[in-house]
Design a protein around this ligand. Structure first.
Ligand code: HT7
Ligand code: ZN
Length: 859
């Protein structure tokens, strides 16, 4: 497959101001007639040929200005039409079979309905088109189909006409007045019902809101609707953005490759991010729904009104929109807890990506298959990079920058550079050197040495950005660091400061400290970096108990545990050191358990141990089994030492009536943490408590946390509760996904055998991405089972990739990165992982998606 380069960008030689599409809908054979009004683009190198992308389709008929013509050729899926004049009407007819579209890109059938997914390059599977984000057109869509099978017909924009034919079919015409690229096109036809509501915008316009689902799911849409209204209001207040159509439709589908899609006026969602009621959705699910509803809605400005010039600029819309959804969720709930959760995702997914064979800058320079670049780097690191600009500018000036960006580029297909320039101009920042964050991959490492010279404290900082594929030498980047210095006597600090490290080595001085202060650094995680410094254990214990920045408090707790576990894993921990380390952690834990000023959501957060993925990042190469065992050993030790406290905590947290307020959610989180530690330390007791919690629960959060604890134990309650869960939720796809993933991710010694059996379960199918992920993604994230020493876990994931690739290559390719980590794993396992990658590479007819990921992973 061809390597596409960012530097090769050229504007399309033709403009397509207006597009009309006509769909004769049917599950097996949908006929698509398109009419493209084309004009020469005065800002492009002229071409006598109109080059239209296609994928797996053939033209049945081509017309130019109403005449059937033969002046076209089909070359490698591209339709090349010779055009002589300045402007023409080009018509093309195609036919597609949505029911055999298992890739779920383009127009496909899901559960008897028809829906589309066009980002990034799915539109070309529907009709021939310049399927690139910088060709903006207004779309008029007509569709007709069976009125019983497809009573609801939706597309982007507003419905302008509809009617019935005598043969039992009906039709609708939709018009979207906003010019958009083809990837934002959407169509849905099916038997759906809607929760309807209204929103009045800040300028007093009324917007009709509808969330469309299968009958029977309607009751589960209340939270999504409330989240949508909150998101609309928040975007007006926080970013001055108002909605711009009379209608906003959301449709939930059960077969979907990702979370959701921001099609103009017609968002399409994975049911997982729409449907919720306490009986079926956890607190985490509720939060995720609010976040994803917000994310897709915010794209209306950051993505739709201003879109991307080319796919190398993906982070322009995704990084910015993730930041916007993070800030929204921070404002809707607990800001510190949300920040910690976001950093945890970054560290356990993006940091490993950035240090592995698939590392790429947030604005990549090349790709073979764009679907492979919907990564944590583009999304999460992209958000962190923009967050740093916000930190350096301050909220008010940052808002001036984003206002300028929205004003300057409204209606355009823009670049990351356009965004940075707008922030620079609007916020009054010099971002010359900062632009390196867009071009350099890798997580910067900052080392810190603290020196006390009389009453002067000096911080000597160094930074280095590690080499990544294709980028051996890196330049220093600006790294904003929020910090506070705690006076040892008063135990207070004199206010938070922001320093910017922008050289390879730099020192910062702070005066009037009689003794070396305790330094709280990178507060709020002001930069997405890793820090290496030697902080005495007592200082970390102090910060974990006393830091006024909740993130820094969490960080001190993590550092305390990470440094202990890493020393143990490096084999440099004497028995005495181990005992001291454990005691320090225990002291910090007890302080957290007993701090009455802490809210329970934050307490629950502080009790979460660093993830195995983050721990393995601290080591050059690691033995995942050893990491797992050391981490479990510490968990068990804490579980035994604090057994009484955890039992009391569980007791305090049990019994209240279900509510979604922060206090009740905090209690549920504590119950989950208490069971996790007790299951490690006192398994029999934990099993009884978990089974009792399961049977008395009135909500999914409690049922799930009980099941997670039990699934890892070899106790009689395990089978009993797993069966009870299955029977209770049989037929409820989202709940049964949980049942699969809890078992696949369990700490049970026989997890591999369980996964093998689950793959043969009648409810398992490779055709549904949620189900595949619930079994195999969960398994790939299971450190002890996936990394079984004999390579069986690797073999299972490789088999899954090979079986899935012909069905859904995009989803198959997403299973490659766990195997691609081989260079960071001890040699025995690394060889087994590599061998599985080679086995995949040797397969015939590998998709472009999987081929690219496997070859980069081996390269
Ligand atoms: N912008 C959307 C991306 C997306 C996608 C990409 C590739 C294949 C399938 C997909 N479904 C959705 C989602 C978002 O970031 O909002
Ligand atoms: Zn997005």
């Amino acid at each position: 497959p061809q390597l596409i380069l960012r530097s090769d960008y050229k504007p399309f030689p033709w403009l397509l101001p207006d597009v009309s599409l006509d769909f004769k809908l049917s599950l097996e054979k949908t006929r698509v007639s398109s009419r493209l009004e084309v004009q020469r683009n005065p800002n492009a190198v002229p071409s006598p040929v109109l080059e239209l992308n296609g994928d797996g389709i053939t033209p049945l008929e081509v017309l130019i200005d109403g005449e059937v013509v033969n002046s076209w050729v089909l070359e490698d899926d591209k339709l090349l039409i010779s055009l002589s004049g300045e402007a023409h009407a080009v018509e093309v007819v195609t036919e597609i079979n949505p029911s055999t579209n298992s890739q779920l890109m383009g127009l496909y059938a899901s559960n008897g309905m028809l829906c589309t997914q066009c980002e990034a390059e799915g539109f070309r599977r529907i009709t021939f088109f310049p399927d690139r984000p910088d060709v903006l057109s207004t779309y008029s869509v007509r569709m007709s189909g069976d009125s019983v099978q497809f009573p609801v017909l939706l597309a982007n924009g507003n419905c302008v006409a509809s009617g019935r034919h005598q043969d039992g079919t009906h039709w609708a015409e939709w018009h979207d007045p906003w010019p958009k690229p083809s990837y934002l096109f959407a169509l849905v036809a099916g038997d759906l019902v809607a929760r309807k509501d209204q929103f009045t915008t800040m300028s007093g316009k009324n917007v009709e809101l509808a969330i469309w689902v299968r009958e029977g799911d309607l009751e589960r849409t209340e939270h999504a609707m409330e989240s949508l209204k909150r998101a609309m209001k928040w975007d007006e207040e926080a970013f001055g953005r108002e909605y711009d159509l009379d209608l906003f439709n959301v449709v939930a589908v059960s077969d979907f490759n990702m979370g959701a899609m921001e099609n103009k006026g017609l968002n399409i969602f994975n049911t997982k991010y729409v449907l919720a009621e306490p009986d079926t959705a956890t607190d985490g699910d509720y939060d995720a729904i609010e976040g994803v509803i917000g994310h897709e809605y915010f794209h209306n400005w950051s993505g739709n009104r201003i879109t991307c010039r080319d796919w190398f600029q993906l982070s322009l819309k995704e990084g910015f929109t993730v930041l916007r959804d993070q800030l929204f969720s921070q404002d809707m709930g607990s800001a510190p807890v949300k920040r910690i959760e976001d950093v945890r995702v970054l560290r356990s997914i993006q940091f490993p990506e950035d240090s592995g064979p698939l590392a790429h800058p947030i604005r990549p320079d090349s790709f073979r298959e764009i679907s492979n670049f919907y990564t944590s780097t583009i999304y999460n690191k992209g958000a962190e990079v923009i967050r740093m600009m916000r930190t350096m500018a301050g909220e008010e000036r940052f808002r001036k920058g984003t206002d300028l960006y929205f004003d300057r580029h409204d209606g355009e297909a823009a670049t990351c550079e356009d965004f940075v320039q707008s922030i620079e101009d609007g916020a009054g920042l010099d971002l010359t050197q900062f632009r390196l964050w867009y071009s350099q991959a890798g997580t910067p490492k900052v080392t810190v040495r603290q020196e006390q010279d009389g009453t002067t404290t000096r911080l000597h900082l160094t930074q280095s950005v590690p080499p990544t594929p294709g980028q051996m030498d890196k330049k220093p980047m600006p790294i904003p660091l929020a910090l506070a210095l705690f006076d040892r006597q008063t135990e207070e600090h004199r206010g938070e400061e922001l320093i910017v490290l922008n050289e390879a080595e730099q020192s910062f001085e702070f005066s009037d400290y009689d003794a070396a202060p305790i330094i709280s650094l990178n507060r709020g995680f002001s930069s997405p970096i890793s820090i290496e410094r030697n902080v005495p254990r007592e200082d970390l214990v102090f910060l974990a108990a006393r830091d006024d920045d909740p993130f820094a408090r969490y960080e001190a707790m993590q550092d305390l545990v990470v440094s202990h576990l890493v020393s143990a894993l490096r084999g440099v921990l004497s028995d005495a050191d181990r005992a001291d380390g454990q005691e320090a952690i225990l002291k910090a834990f007890s302080a957290i358990l007993e701090d009455s000023a802490l809210d329970d959501l934050m307490r629950g957060e502080l009790l979460i141990l660093p993830s195995p993925a983050y721990l393995s990042e601290q080591l050059e190469t690691s033995n995942p089994q050893a990491i797992h065992e050391e981490r479990e050993r510490l968990k068990a030790w804490l579980g035994t030492q604090c057994a009484g406290q955890f039992e009391a905590l569980h007791q305090r947290a049990s019994g209240g009536a279900y509510s979604r307020d922060a206090a009740a959610r905090g209690l549920r989180k504590l119950k989950a943490q208490a069971l996790i530690y007790l299951a490690a330390g006192c398994p029999e007791k934990a099993a009884k408590m978990a089974a009792a919690q399961y049977h008395s629960a009135d909500n999914m959060t409690d049922r799930q946390s009980a099941l997670i604890a039990l699934a890892g134990l070899d106790v009689p309650e395990r089978e009993e509760v797993l069966d009870a869960f299955y029977k209770r939720y049989q037929g409820d796809a989202l709940a049964i996904d949980k049942w699969f993933s809890i078992q696949a991710q369990s700490l049970h010694p026989k997890a591999i055998e369980h996964v093998k059996a689950l793959a043969k379960h009648p409810d398992f199918t490779l055709k549904n991405p949620n189900r595949v992920r619930s079994l195999y993604m969960a398994f790939a994230a299971n450190p002890h089972a996936f990394h079984a020493a004999d390579g069986e876990g690797y073999r299972m994931i490789a088999d899954c990739i090979l079986a899935l690739d012909p069905i859904n290559p995009q989803t198959a390719a997403r299973f490659v990165p766990p195997l691609g980590r081989w260079r960071r794993i001890e040699p025995g396992r690394a060889a087994l992982m590599r061998a599985e990658l080679e086995r995949i590479a040797d397969a015939k007819q590998l998709s472009r998606d999987t081929f690219e990921q496997v070859s980069r992973s081996l390269g």
